[in-house]
Design a protein around this ligand. Structure first.
Ligand code: SF4
Ligand code: SF4
Length: 397
């Protein structure tokens, strides 16, 4: 089935190369064509038609899943979707490659701990002094804000690691997942403080808007994004069903997501894999209902790909436009990826993409507002990059 889906996509491609003009990974990878949208399509077509087990995983794992290619393709081809299907093929056939060791490690730790780093207790620490309501609506963090401090540290250390050594280390953790828990001692303290503060800002904005909600604390499960993104579809399906059944047992009816990746996953991907899925999914910015001061400051906005290019909606931009002088770097319905999804597997590509994007945004306005923890983590080269919640909290009347 996956093979047919792949060939359906590749056969529609007319190889015009328009997608290469917007694919962020192509220039970031030194114009290595297999790390660009058209190259991925040509490589997938060749690999499926010949049945050769090529060392091809880097081409597809390095795709950011941003869907920028889809916006310009005259044939309506989505190289992001194709890359995802190829990752499914690679995971199913256990085709080895440079990054598969790391991907396998992440899979094993999620399945074992319901959290990529086994940090269930630590992920709830930010809320220790907050009282929540008895409610069938929950704040669902997806652990994204919490994980950023640890990934920042891992990437910092990785720069000094030989790649083979890192892969060997990943294989060791895959066999002994408990070792991942050591990561609790290694994080970027500034990022941890900022992210925990942003989580509390989000709670405050929602409470001030009159929203009643609960938070599951250490009982909250990581939603399984990496399993899906890395192509482990069979594992993802089982995992997502477990997450869903647990939420239903707890009588949860509505979910407030606070990052675009979790939002997209719970709103659009979960229903594809779970029968009779009936959770209502909201993005937290859409529930904010209060008055803010107006500032004359010029700001620009890093709109998340998983909202704007994945055809989701949110109200965050409208709120910002009412409160500040917003100058965008591109039309409202477009954006450019921050490089975040490549941070773990391709840190060198992620930093090239993020630095280019940061510079483009910086030339547009003095302050850059992010609405996603991944964007914040990747673009925060200086203090003028600010999370939406942090920016808005300072404008409360
Ligand atoms: S995916 Fe679309 S834009 Fe890219 S080469 Fe194929 S037809 Fe052209
Ligand atoms: S989804 Fe993004 S990174 Fe992937 S091929 Fe398309 S433009 Fe390139």
């Amino acid at each position: 089935m996956t093979k047919n889906q792949i060939l359906k996509i590749t056969d529609e491609c007319i190889k015009c190369g328009f997608c290469e003009s917007v694919c962020p990974t192509l220039p970031a990878a030194g114009y290595n064509s297999i790390k660009g949208a058209r190259g991925r399509i040509i490589l997938a077509q060749f690999a499926i038609n010949t049945g050769e087990e090529l060392q091809i995983s880097d081409s597809f794992y390095s795709c950011l899943d941003c869907f920028a290619c889809l916006q310009v393709c005259p044939a309506g081809v989505n190289a992001g979707e194709l890359s995802h299907l190829m990752k499914e093929e690679i995971a199913e056939k256990h085709i080895n490659g440079n990054r598969v060791d790391i991907a396998d490690m992440i899979k094993e730790t999620i399945l074992r701990f319901r959290n990529p780093l086994g940090l269930n207790m630590e992920s709830a620490e930010w809320a220790s002094s907050i009282n929540f309501d008895e409610s069938d609506t929950i704040l669902f963090t997806g652990d994204m804000y919490q994980l950023m401090a640890y990934t920042k540290f891992i990437n910092y250390v990785r720069k000094y690691f030989d790649r083979n050594l890192f892969n060997a280390f990943s294989r060791l953790i895959s066999r002994h997942p408990d070792l991942i828990k050591l990561s609790r001692h290694f994080y970027d303290i500034n990022m941890k403080n900022k992210m925990e503060n942003n989580l509390r800002n989000i709670v405050r904005l929602l409470k001030m808007s009159g929203v009643k909600f609960n938070y599951l604390r250490e009982d909250e499960d990581y939603p399984g994004m990496f399993l899906y993104d890395l192509g482990y579809i069979n594992e993802f399906k089982k995992y997502a069903n477990n997450v869903y059944n647990k939420l239903k047992k707890l009588n949860v009816k509505k979910i407030i997501c606070i990052d675009p990746h979790t939002y997209d996953l719970m709103k659009n991907i979960y229903p594809e894999y779970i029968k009779n899925y009936d959770l209502e999914i909201y993005y937290y910015t859409d529930l904010i209902n209060m008055n803010f001061e107006k500032t004359s400051e010029e700001i620009t906005v890093q709109q998340p790909c998983h909202i704007v290019l994945h055809k989701n909606n949110y109200r965050a931009l409208d709120i910002l436009k009412k409160s500040a002088n917003v100058k965008l770097n591109e039309p409202e319905n477009l954006t450019s990826c921050c490089g975040g999804p490549d941070e773990l597997l391709f840190p060198e590509i992620a930093s090239e993409v993020s630095y280019k994007r940061y510079n483009n945004l910086k030339q547009t306005a003095g302050k850059i507002i992010t609405i996603c923890p991944l964007c914040y983590n990747n673009l925060s080269y200086d203090e003028n990059v600010i999370d939406f919640s942090d920016f808005m909290i300072k404008l409360i009347k």
